[in-house]
Write a protein that binds this ligand. Structure first.
Ligand code: KG4
Ligand code: ZN
Length: 353
């Protein structure tokens, strides 16, 4: 099992007498369990299945569920051990209950219910997207709403106004593919492994992003919505036409030019949303938020506009249970516990909690 341990030393010596939350995440291809003492991360263990699914070019739902089932108890034990917390010291169970692959979600939800029931402690279901948006709070305790959150992952691309904790207004979103999907599809065209985002990111560093003028898709004037479904076809057409003319393809230039075409649009619309809403804080959330070019472009754009950008460490951008535990802790403080019979829900809107 491939287990990643985060540096959680900032949580040392914080747990005595503090409220302990155990978070569980299993919505896609990462099995993760984290332990929090109030808002401090004591452990955040992530077991990734990426190497298993990459052989198939994408996540295979049945295989994901089986591996979650095999891994969850090992990851749970490791999270408690690293946090030096005993199960009977846990005060709250927080679990991702959607959106995601239903068979994968069910493993986390069933584990969470069994723990809450046997320990006789409260449980809260966490919307996975709220978890991504909460990730910035882990390292930035000074962050307070209102702010704009760019939620950008394999399943979502949305510009969200966080008016206060758990009060969200979607200002714009993708009308078709998520940005992460576009990265993964373009990576496949270029023959890069799954998931393609990090590989495109790396390869693009060696390329020239101004070489191929892929179209910028702005949609109608004034909208903060996105469309990424056309870019895969544009890249595919470019690659095929080069091949037919017997010309060489510089994959690094293709990767860099693809990135520029979508990052220019994402950056402009995100900064515009801050200006329109008169907000000076911007938070990045979701797997694609670990993209180095996107981070740089947003920092540059925001700095010019007098906006401060909060970006979680890359290990907190991709799926992990620390963000779920923190979102669950805040939800519990605001609204109390959920019913023990909470369900796994594969389609969940950002407004659902
Ligand atoms: O948030 P996440 O771990 O899972 C979802 O909730 O979707 O995001 C996974 C997505 C994948 O599409 C992956 O290719 C993309 O995030 N991704 C990246 C990078 N790292 C992960 N995309 C671009 N650049 C990266 N460095
Ligand atoms: Zn995610």
């Amino acid at each position: 099992m491939d287990v990643t341990e985060m540096d959680t030393s900032f949580g040392d010596d914080m747990k005595n007498d503090k409220f302990i939350t155990l978070g569980i995440e299993s919505s896609c291809d990462e099995t993760s369990v984290a332990v929090l003492a109030e808002e401090d991360v004591l452990s955040n263990i992530i077991s990734s299945q990426i190497h298993i699914h990459s052989a198939y070019g994408g996540v295979v739902p049945e295989i994901a569920s089986r591996h979650h089932l095999e891994n969850i108890n090992v990851v749970l034990d490791e999270a408690l051990r690293e946090a030096e917390v005993a199960l009977d010291e846990v005060d709250l169970i927080a679990v991702t209950n959607g959106p995601g692959l239903v068979g994968a979600l069910v493993v986390g939800v069933a584990t969470a219910k069994a723990l809450a029931f046997s320990l006789d402690i409260p449980i809260v279901g966490v919307n996975h997207m709220h978890g991504h948006m909460e990730a910035a709070y882990v390292e930035h305790k000074e962050l307070i709403p209102p702010f704009i959150s760019l939620v950008i992952s394999g399943g979502h691309t949305s510009i969200v106004k966080v008016e206060e904790h758990y009060k969200y207004k979607v200002l714009g979103e993708t009308r078709d593919d998520a940005a992460g999907e576009a990265y993964d599809k373009v990576a496949r065209v270029l023959g890069l492994p799954y998931p393609g985002g990090p590989h495109v990111d790396k390869l693009a560093k060696e390329g020239d992003g101004s070489k191929i003028p892929f179209k910028r898709v702005w949609l109608e004037k004034g909208t903060l919505d996105f469309s990424f479904s056309g870019i895969k076809t544009a890249v595919l057409n470019y690659v095929n036409s080069q091949k037919m003319q017997g010309l060489t393809i510089n994959k690094a230039d293709v990767a860099a030019s693809f990135q520029e075409s979508i990052i220019e649009v994402i950056t402009k619309k995100t900064i515009d949303s801050c200006l329109e809403e008169n907000l000076t804080s911007l938070v990045l959330a979701g797997g694609v938020a670990s993209n180095s070019r996107l981070r740089q472009s947003l920092i540059d754009g925001a700095t010019k506009a007098g906006i401060r950008v909060f970006i979680p460490n890359p290990s907190l951008c991709t799926d992990n249970a620390a963000m779920i535990a923190l979102a669950g802790y805040h939800k519990y403080k605001l609204f109390g516990a959920d019913d023990i019979d909470l369900d796994a829900i594969s389609n969940m809107e950002i407004s659902t909690f």
